[in-house]
Design a protein around this ligand. Structure first.
Ligand code: SRM
Ligand code: SF4
Length: 572
């Protein structure tokens, strides 16, 4: 493939892989620290990335650097729904074979970092033993399906989680490779089939070459867009009538990754395609996946996502392709659209006399350091209260099914481990997110997760000084333009562009329904708060009403006016 065929090199790897087997099994037995290139590529479909700690690189003295290879392992958790045993197992693995931290991701999954090759089988096998899976957490397939994690015991939330589980199951690759390599006990051969893998060796939905690129689905509600539905390749926006989900507006072609130097690439919000009834949703998802499989670009991975098919052919054309796969016509979208957003942080009654507590985990990173002992606190909560667990699309966690009399116990466990209660966290910090970036992400240009807390320290002081602490707006940072913390539709987006410098986007919205635009490029890290400060002052002075949000204000004012105000209010 590749040059002669006009297809990308990854297509050739998939073609030769025998449905994702490659030679991973053989490679695992080698005493090497890394996998050969083709296997490293295939491993993504199995939920793991070959990486290195970029700060641990040493020089050979001949202009080359030596890398300490390790693996990121991502556990796919549809809707972020898991149990105490599964969380505890991940906490144990991060201590026993990882880098002693655990990351809650922006798509309700968990990531372990720093797993060495000789521990990789043990790690993925253990994840399957606890009835979770890493299959299709990464790779050119449908990834973790997002869903509102609020555990309300009403027919709406129950239906949404059920659809999420059905979609995850239906669109999981069917290859035997995952089961054979990671699940099956190499000695006894006796093992349970879990995580959506089956023993069929054909892929009825994906085919031999899987998708042209990654594919992401979210299931959301108009009144609560916590899943950021418009940033997904495929979104199912629930249509609720008389307290029941009757169907979905189907949104297609969202995706945020961009390469600024490549003018063909851009972030895009999904387009409203059609309406489907609740019982058609899984078939519609399959048809959308098949249409992208057939029409996505397989020559250039930079423009292979569904958003580029939609941009070049139009949403009507794509809908016809979907209908061909379905064998019937869909109707147009209903008028319902996103109009609010809840991050589910704080205490809430869940509808059955029990409570859930949404705890903000700054940038999703769990660790134990002197002043903050996240892992210890979570272990104590799990052992003492045995709650349900939900991970949120904002890198945070919900402890569910808490008896009213146990609320104080949960809070006291957090307090004695130095974890700030949700009520103690400023709005600006609560609504912020940062991607992993340095030191493990090979694509990072700047810091993100490790520096956003210090930006928050400054910004929350400035916001308090201006009397704006009760404002709700999102600040999201990434270490490169790939957009893993969804900065492009945030009120304030900070995107790593060059060492220590960020592109500042303004004018997105907490609702997730509008992209921001570039306000200033190459802003040094230490200038982020000073750059935002005059804009915040202008917001205070000139907002249309107290209902106008910061993002809406910046969008209405436009770059030119914001620049004028930034001069006028620079010294205030
Ligand atoms: Fe991402 C690649 C981390 C959510 C767009 N992302 C990566 C890699 C695997 C780097 C790599 O390819 O070598 C990062 C691993 C870093 C590390 O050391 O752990 C990485 N992405 C993450 C996570 C962990 C960020 C976080 O801090 O939470 C998120 C994991 C989600 C999950 O559980 O599945 C994560 N990534 C996202 C999102 C947000 C979302 O999906 O809601 C996006 C933007 C939406 C989208 O897909 O367009 C996103 N990640 C990308 C891209 C750009 C894709 C594109 O179409 O251009 C890449 C690069 C690529 O695929 O080539 C990327
Ligand atoms: Fe890495 Fe860039 Fe994603 Fe951040 S946005 S995790 S730096 S790929």
């Amino acid at each position: 493939m590749s040059e002669e065929s006009g297809l990308s090199a990854v297509e050739a790897v998939k073609d030769k892989s025998n449905y994702l087997f490659g030679t991973i099994r053989e490679d695992l037995r080698e005493g090497t620290a890394s996998f050969v290139k083709e296997n490293a590529q295939l491993l993504k479909f199995h939920g793991t990335y070959q990486q290195d700690d970029r700060e641990a690189r040493t020089s050979t003295g001949e202009g080359k650097s030596l890398k300490e290879i390790s693996f990121m392992v991502r556990t796919r958790i549809p809707g972020g729904k898991m149990n105490v045993a599964q969380l505890l197992a991940h906490l144990d693995m991060c201590d026993e074979i990882g880098n002693a931290t655990l990351k809650i991701t922006t798509r309700q999954a968990l990531q372990l970092h720093g797993i060495v090759k000789s521990d990789l089988w043990k790690c993925i096998h253990r994840i399957n033993e606890i009835q979770l899976s890493t299959l299709a957490a990464c790779g050119d397939v449908n990834r973790n399906v997002m869903c509102c994690p609020a555990p309300y015991k009403d027919p709406i939330h129950i239906t949404l989680q059920k659809l999420t589980d059905d979609l995850a199951q239906h669109l999981a690759p069917r290859t035997k490779a995952y089961y054979e390599i990671w699940v099956k006990d190499p000695d006894s051969g006796d093992s349970q089939l879990v995580g959506g893998a089956t023993e069929e060796d054909v892929e009825p939905i994906y085919g031999k070459h899987y998708l042209p690129r990654k594919f992401k689905i979210a299931v959301g509600l108009p009144e609560d867009n916590c899943v950021d539905i418009y940033t997904n390749d495929l979104g199912f926006l629930a249509i609720v009538r008389d307290g029941k989900v009757v169907g979905y507006n189907v949104l297609v072609g969202g995706g945020l990754g961009t390469t600024p130097a490549n003018k063909k690439t851009f972030p895009a919000l999904a387009k409203r395609m059609a309406y489907c009834t609740a019982d058609q949703a899984v078939a519609v998802a399959e048809a959308v996946v098949k249409a992208q499989r057939d029409h996505g670009n397989r020559a250039d991975r930079k423009i292979a996502r569904l958003k580029y098919v939609i941009a070049s052919k139009g949403v009507e054309w794509f809908r016809e392709r979907v209908e061909e796969h379905l064998g019937y016509k869909l109707t147009d979208c209903l008028p319902d659209d996103v109009h609010d957003f809840d991050d589910h942080i704080g205490w809430f009654e869940q509808g059955d006399g029990l409570w859930f507590y949404g705890l903000n985990v700054e940038n999703g990173r769990l660790f134990d350091r002197e002043e903050r002992r996240w892992k210890t606190a979570f272990r104590e909560i799990c052992h003492e209260l045995n709650p349900g667990i939900r991970l949120t699309p904002h890198q945070s966690i919900l402890f569910t099914d808490i008896k009213p009399e146990h609320r104080a116990t949960l809070e006291s466990i957090l307090k004695r481990n130095g974890i700030p209660l949700s009520a103690e966290i400023s709005n600006v910090r609560r609504w912020s997110m940062a991607c992993v970036a340095l030191p493990t992400c090979s694509l990072a240009i700047t810091e993100s997760e490790r520096v956003l807390p210090s930006v928050m320290d400054q910004l929350e002081k400035e916001i308090a000084r201006l009397g704006l602490s009760s404002e709700r707006f999102t600040v999201r940072m990434t270490g490169c333009p790939n957009g893993c913390a969804r900065p492009y539709n945030a009120d304030v987006g900070l995107v790593g562009k060059a060492k220590g410098r960020y592109t500042l986007y303004l004018g997105g919205t907490l609702l997730g329904t509008r992209l921001g635009t570039i306000y200033k490029d190459l802003v040094p890290l230490e200038q982020i708060t000073p750059t935002l400060s005059p804009i915040l002052i202008a917001f205070k002075q000139h907002r249309a009403s107290t209902n106008e949000t910061f993002g809406d204000f910046c969008h209405r004012a436009g770059k030119e006016q914001l620049e004028k105000w930034s001069v006028e209010y620079a010294t205030v």
